[in-house]
Design a protein around this ligand. Structure first.
Ligand code: PGA
Length: 254
């Protein structure tokens, strides 16, 4: 696990976007596809903005395949609160990723079809050769994707209940906590850990405590992001505020 500190979220986002763009560019030159695992929330918005800039400068996303981490359940894709809508607004409507290459968990399936659907989601990731680069945020519960406390390291894509804290954090988007869906479909911890490169982005002071606990505390399913510890593929990208409780050499701020 590598830690990378930046003076602010903008610089951190530019760094991550540059690495993603370089990966796509190298794969494009070899006529190979790039498989991205994508996240939603406030944290990755600037990364998407930067990637859109790369597209405008000529980088093609035609060979990019994407898998999103999660979607609320139940959730209609056309609703403004859905992660489908988020992804269109912040990324897909502005680049040339072919629609058939985009995968976001389907929040409209009847309950008895969800399990098979989740297995299929896993299969699809495997069939395209796995995820090259996975983007992650971190929730105040220590969740990655919607893997809330009690998620196990070997968990796969599945239907889960959302933690109360997560619902509180989503309440503003849904006009009140009572409107927040109680469940979600999320990639599992093992799905995430099988990516070849993983960037966990943590920005802002409200993430400082949970980030420190997950990265340096006990590895435990009480804090699912702690499962990232010791994983070679993982790079933690912090702004100054999120990293303020972590001891480091200030001169190394980039
Ligand atoms: P945020 O959410 O980026 O909106 O803070 C992160 C997460 O819950 O994973």
């Amino acid at each position: 696990m590598k830690l990378n500190f930046f003076s602010n979220a903008d610089r951190a986002s530019k760094y991550v976007a540059k690495n993603i763009a370089e990966c796509i560019s190298i794969n494009n030159s070899r006529n190979e596809r790039t498989v991205l695992g994508l996240a939603t929330g406030n944290t990755p918005i600037q990364v998407y903005n930067e990637l859109i800039s790369y597209y405008k400068q000529g980088l093609s996303f035609v060979n990019v395949i994407t898998f999103n981490l999660d979607e609320y359940y139940p959730m209609n894709a056309s609703r403004k609160e859905s992660y489908h809508t988020y992804m269109d607004e912040h990324f897909f409507d502005h680049v040339d990723v072919p629609r058939e290459n985009i995968h976001i968990p389907n929040g409209t399936l009847p309950g008895d079809m969800v399990k098979e659907y989740c297995n299929e989601y896993e299969n699809k990731i495997r069939e395209v050769g796995g995820i090259d680069i996975q983007l992650l945020g971190i929730g105040r519960t220590g969740h990655i994707g919607f893997n809330e406390p009690n998620s196990t390291k070997d968990s796969k894509t599945r239907l889960v209940y959302l933690d109360k804290k997560t619902c509180e954090d989503a309440a503003k988007d849904f006009n009140g906590i009572d409107n927040v869906p109680k469940m979600a479909i999320t990639m599992g911890i093992s799905t995430i850990l099988s990516a070849k490169k993983i960037y966990l982005l943590s920005f802002g002071s409200r993430k400082a405590e949970i980030t420190k606990e997950c990265l340096f505390g006990e590895v435990t399913s009480d804090r699912p992001a702690s499962f990232l510890q010791g994983e070679e593929a993982v790079e933690i990208v912090l702004d100054e505020k999120a990293g303020m409780l972590i001891h480091r050499n200030k001169n190394k701020l980039t």
